[in-house]
Write a protein that binds this ligand. Sequence first.
Ligand SMILES: CC(C)(COP(=O)(O)OP(=O)(O)OC[C@H]1O[C@@H](n2cnc3c(N)ncnc32)[C@H](O)[C@@H]1OP(=O)(O)O)[C@@H](O)C(=O)NCCC(=O)NCCS
Length: 144
Amino acid sequence: MIKVITQQDTFPLRSVALRNGATYDKCILPTDSVAGIFHLGLYLDGELICIGTFLPEDYPGKGEGGIRLRGMATEPDFAGKGFGAQLVNFAVNKLQEEHANYIWCNARAAAVGFYKKLGFEIVSAEFDIPGIGAHFNMLLLLNN
Ligand SMILES: CC(C)(COP(=O)(O)OP(=O)(O)OC[C@H]1O[C@@H](n2cnc3c(N)ncnc32)[C@H](O)[C@@H]1OP(=O)(O)O)[C@@H](O)C(=O)NCCC(=O)NCCS
């Protein structure tokens, strides 16, 4: 089951999958309080195993109606089983109904293949985020 969750609900998985076990205060993203944000969670047998955060933010040069995806993570024991794809596709359907134009993200180099499978394309040169590593901006156009 996929449903909207709270910012606090995301912290355990953000910590494990994205912040090397950091305390929850280090799992707050600066964009977590923007208007229109929503966090999605996928539950399996009552356990939250996959999360993603979606917020209104346009990507430079790509026009209005942009949604930024942040904090995408699957519980490591459940990675590679299709749950991340299910969650992103759920968001795609929801955002198409809401007439968003595209989704973009800062994709870790190691996760580029995941986003490519979902139809995202690389739209930037490689760049470094200190402490995390190489990234690319990736973007998926939504059909409205
Ligand atoms: C990246 C991540 C979110 C993917 O979630 P997931 O639930 O494991 O992904 P899925 O099982 O839904 O994968 C969907 C498809 O992408 C592929 N895929 C998944 N992760 C991949 C990766 N890192 N590189 C290449 N392909 C990948 C899967 O093999 C699958 O392919 P298929 O449709 O041919 O079977 C997850 O592995 C994760 O949390 N990684 C650590 C945190 C992270 O890097 N988050 C992204 C930050 S930008």
